[in-house]
Design a protein around this ligand. Sequence first.
Ligand code: 5GP
Length: 275
Amino acid sequence: MSPRRSRRGGLPQPQEERRRSGQTAAAPVPPRPAQPREEPAAVRHGRGVAFVVSSPSGGGKTTVVRALVDSMSGLRRSISVTTRMRRPGERSRVDYRFVSRPTFLRLREDGKLLEWAQVHRAEYGTLREPLLQALAAGTDVILSLDVQGARAVRRQLKDRAVLIFLLPPSLQALKARLVRRRTESPDAIAQRLSAAQKELRRLATYDYAVVNRRVEQAVEDVRAIVLAERLRLRSGADVFAATKKFSAAASANEPPQHRGRSTKHDDADSDGRAH
Ligand code: 5GP
């Protein structure tokens, strides 16, 4: 919103009034951020972060993850391989890479999967190479995984993995969503609801919990997490990148001065999280 101008076309009205009455001008109110919003200038060095989103089936993670990836730069969606049947409207290589069971087993045996799990009687897995390559190139990747997959990613990527649990507002709301979706039989719905209750027991191992009452709000909440995590100092290299412009030593090309911090990612505790 631009401030209203006085009739003389001079200062904006409130400032002109203050000038007449001899008051000191207050600091100008900063304008609202223009759309699209500028994303923070992260100082982090090098590798990207793997954001793992888990939710019970029907919890809305596909919608939330899609909306987020479409509206944020530097964030890519990981496309899993699965042996489950393609649902109406799903596209191969966009939603999943749909493969036969023998193909899946071969990928697993050849070590091509960073993690894999059997969920609702089908196999799902994350291809190692595309994920590690994206992270190495500094791109953040968002993965929709079940709780077993989230645990495996945390184990392997340590503090480069951020785990987000997307919660349905209630079990009733979840059931209503699954019924509305019309992709599962009543038996499958009952199975998914009981799985949801088990999955919820893993919530304490996650970093963030977002309640998906309204998709738009859930997207904003997950966006806030991604932005905050981009600003997190994870390693000595991040600290060096953040301070080098201000440090005379750094401008003389001296090695990083960050005693007490590791340049590797070995400053994680036993559950893999850095503090
Ligand atoms: P759906 O069949 O409804 O698309 O997915 C079923 C469950 O499998 C969801 O909880 C989904 O997050 C999970 N899932 C999808 N891809 C993977 C994967 O690559 N690895 C693991 N561990 N779980 C996955």
